[in-house]
Design a protein around this ligand. Structure first.
Ligand code: ADP
Ligand code: MG
Length: 350
């Protein structure tokens, strides 16, 4: 019997585990053999002891039809995004990205000119982030395009930040604003549907530059890492917000064995995103909690840094760390408290 077919006897559909459950399942008995492997699976990047510094390694795979739709994602933007999302994972360790390798699989539907465009975006991102493209692999696929980028980064040993260091009473801080990338995606989907019904119609995207940029050309939080360094702040824990605020809060809480409470009225949402959410009849806070792809950073810091953070508009204090026994909570604007659930965007359940 093929392992790939579900004949109903002792087989488990992947959807039963979900993306994170599947990773846990596949990796639960993996043992670290080399003392240089400081941190394996379970953070935004693996950590390798290189003597004077730590090296950071992370991989992200983008698949056509799952992570991007080429009917509205220009290939140049896709190339840029595939690098930016990897650099973001290095930022989440408080590190600096240095090299990438690029794995590419494409069907014969793609022309050389199309792949040139993809590489223009990749090269632009490499220039922007000061990263060298040092290798990769190229092969064909039976359907669609897949891009797998592996990033290598560096961090001083005393500056490394894991998901696991949050302490009770720490402040919970997020950078920039949230929900806009998801709203950008809703807008692009709406215009695509309208175009399918009436191909002569030109898409109306005016006034929505910000949300579109957030979806099509996200940036890694390098500037926030630089600001934290200037402010002499080393967060106690950190993660990048790729799957929505709630999912990332739960990751930090679980890894650090603490509880986290966040406040609805503190969650930063850009005003154009807010307006668009209203137009879509969506709750903008839902978009921030469960949308994803904002690639902001979520971190915890000692309260001693309150004054420094408060002065900087790049950072918003969205909550605080509690004992694990208090669980993870969302305090709504009316003061009511709700358990926070992982409705982070999960590619596999969709
Ligand atoms: P991120 O969203 O930060 O990219 P993921 O949620 O994709 O992180 O992955 C969580 C952890 O699981 C990471 O440490 C990652 O390296 C690891 N991981 C993901 N997929 C696999 C896999 N197929 N085999 C081994 N480790 C994996
Ligand atoms: Mg990450």
């Amino acid at each position: 019997m093929s392992l790939l077919e579900d004949k109903g006897v002792n087989t488990t559909p992947i959807s039963k585990l979900g993306e994170f459950g599947l990773i846990d399942h596949l990796t639960k008995n993996i043992e670290i053999k080399n003392t240089s492997s400081v941190k394996g699976i379970g953070d935004d990047a693996a950590v390798i002891d290189m003597g004077e510094r730590y090296q950071l390694v992370s991989t992200d795979l983008l698949v056509e039809g799952v992570h991007f739709d080429l009917s509205y994602m220009p290939l140049k933007h896709l190339g840029y995004k595939s690098v930016a999302v990897n650099v973001s994972d290095i930022c989440a360790m408080n590190g600096a990205a240095k090299q990438i390798t690029v794995g590419l699989a494409m069907s014969n539907r793609f022309t050389v000119e199309a792949l040139d465009e993809l590489y223009e975006g990749i090269k632009l991102a490499c220039a922007h982030y000061g990263v060298d493209l040092v290798g990769g692999d190229t092969t064909s696929s039976t359907a669609g395009l897949m891009i797998s980028v592996t990033v290598l980064g560096e961090v001083e040993k005393e500056s490394i930040v894991y998901r696991s260091g949050a302490k009770v009473n720490d402040l919970v801080v997020c950078t920039g604003d949230l929900g806009a990338a998801y709203l950008g995606l809703q807008l692009l989907n709406r215009e695509k549907e309208m175009f399918k019904e009436n191909p002569t119609m030109q898409p109306d995207l005016t006034g929505n530059d910000y949300v579109l940029r957030r979806q099509l050309k996200p940036e890694a939080g390098v500037k926030y890492i630089d600001i934290l360094k200037e402010l002499e702040i080393v967060p106690t824990s950190m993660i990048d917000i790729s799957d929505g605020l709630s999912s990332e809060v739960l990751h930090l809480a679980k890894s650090s064995n603490v509880g986290i409470t966040i406040h609805e009225d503190k969650i930063p949402v850009d005003y154009t995103a807010m307006n668009l959410a209203n137009e879509f009849n969506m709750n903008p806070i839902f978009c921030a909690l469960s949308g994803g792809e904002d690639y902001e950073l979520l971190f915890t810091v000692s309260q001693a840094h309150y004054d420094k953070l408060k002065k900087d508009a790049d950072f918003t204090i969205v909550g605080y760390v509690t004992d694990a026994s208090e669980g993870n909570n969302f305090i709504a604007n009316d003061g009511s408290s709700h358990p926070l659930t992982a409705q982070g965007w999960d590619a596999m359940k969709k």
